[in-house]
Write a protein of this length. Structure first.
Length: 437
């Protein structure tokens, strides 16, 4: 917990990314959709009308820098919290101080970096003070706030989504660093090599600046050669941003490799994700979804194995659980494929959205009270277990949807048995429906 001096750092021994934090919006790179002329976030900052908000975006896109700029421009007291060092007691002490300041007409802005690391109790401690206006809360997170931030707290905050910086925006950051960041040392770096570093940084300004600093520190007389750039880049073996576009590209590659029954490719993409730092539970959830979406009743054991892999990941974590995920990924890759369940739900969902007002047929309504029975709830219901074939001619769909078919099994794997069973049920019902008409 520190005051705004947290951001003041002119020490050349500090990391380049820290020394070059922009102090004004004019020096800030990227996020034009939020900070361009006339955009809402820019107006809030310039007019010092900050509301409670969450900055959500991948690392190195300027979340903390925006907090720095607000700290420099606001007339409110500005306090920083760290999830690593601030407990409930510290939070309550500051909240009490903010409450007293509010009574005197003073504003307090509280910045919480990595707010997703605060547990529920810590987040709950902010809530009453945000509600009554004692503080304005600014949170920064790399995680989806829908899952990581208390829903009551989140509902009182405006979420601003920060995007990875483009290569051109990173080039601007790099040029500023070369001219200002090395204490007057004349750094020589050809523009095409700066472009290589910018593309390598993959939207992350901190990665760009750290790579530049590494190059300068290992150069001769400030000249960064192509060989030096290659060495600096090769120190990062995997380019994988688990919150950016590459995250979605690689999970897509894993999913499509399994769907194509390519176990070799699927294991490779699994390794790319795990070694890049992906949460194994995220992968396990996606594999579990795949087990029903792309395999389904063709091999129901795929779902069991996927759930078991999820539990193993939960119990023992990385790196040990990598083999359990490999088990599930290979099994799902080699299993027979059917998307019948996925298609069945999609078709049923479409009908459901179009027929939300359709009443439940009286014969299958629940009738726990006398009034409901008097209204014919449950009248004509047939209990399947009372019949020899365990089948009845009971109509269960709304009248408007009679005859609709959603689940159409394939002949793949075990689903062939379900296909045969469904055909026999349909034939039985056709015969008995005709007799009852």
């Amino acid at each position: 917990m520190r005051q705004t001096s947290l951001f003041d750092n002119d020490d050349l021994s500090a990391p380049l990314a820290s020394r070059l934090r922009p102090q004004t919006l004019d020096d800030y790179a990227g996020q034009r959709h939020l900070l361009g002329e006339g955009k809402i976030l820019r107006r809030l900052i310039e007019e010092d009308k900050i509301c409670s908000m969450i900055f959500w975006g991948p690392p190195g896109v300027g979340k903390t820098t925006l907090a720095q700029i607000i700290a420099g421009q606001t007339h409110a007291s500005f306090i920083n919290f760290s999830a690593a060092y601030s407990g409930i007691k510290e939070i309550k002490d500051v909240m009490a101080s903010a409450d007293r300041a509010r009574i005197l007409g003073d504003r307090t802005i509280v910045f919480v970096d990595e707010i997703h690391r605060f547990n529920k109790a810590q987040q709950d401690a902010f809530l009453p003070f945000v509600e009554k206006g004692s503080i304005t809360l600014i949170g920064a997170t790399t995680e989806n706030p829908s899952f990581e931030v208390n829903s009551a707290l989140l509902s009182r905050c405006k979420v601003f989504v920060l995007q990875p910086l483009s290569a051109d925006e990173l080039m601007m950051v790099g040029k500023r660093a070369l001219s200002l960041g090395f204490g007057g040392l004349g750094v020589e770096l050809e523009e095409h090599l700066l472009r290589v570093i910018a593309e390598f940084a993959n939207g992350d300004a901190r990665t760009l600046l750290n790579t530049l600093e590494m190059g300068v520190n290992n150069s001769t007389d400030g000249k960064i050669s192509e060989e030096m750039v290659a060495q600096c880049i090769n120190r990062k073996l995997l380019i994988y941003d688990k919150h950016g576009e590459e995250h979605y590209n690689i999970i897509s590659a894993l999913h499509k490799s399994m769907r194509n029954s390519d176990a070799q490719a699927a294991v490779y993409w699994l390794a790319r994700m795990l070694e890049g730092g992906e949460d194994p539970l995220y992968i396990a959830r996606r594999v579990t979804r795949f087990a029903s979406e792309d395999i389904g009743l063709a091999d129901s054991k795929a779902l069991e194995i996927s759930i078991a892999a999820y539990q193993a990941c939960h119990y023992i974590g990385m790196p040990e659980c990598s083999v359990h995920l490999t088990h599930a990924v290979v099994y799902c890759s080699l299993a027979p494929k059917s998307n019948s369940l996925y298609k069945a739900y999609g078709a049923a969902r479409e009908d459901a959205l179009q027929t939300l007002a359709e009443p439940v047929p009286l014969q299958i309504r629940n009738a726990p009270t006398k009034l409901m029975k008097d209204l014919d709830y449950g009248k004509g219901y047939k209990y399947a277990h009372d019949f020899e074939d365990r089948l009845t001619d009971l109509r269960c769909l709304p009248d408007k949807l009679l005859g609709r078919e959603y689940y159409t099994p394939t002949a793949q794997g075990h689903e062939a048995r379900f296909k045969e069973r469904l055909e026999k049920i349909n034939e039985w019902k056709r015969e008995h429906m005709l007799r009852s008409e």
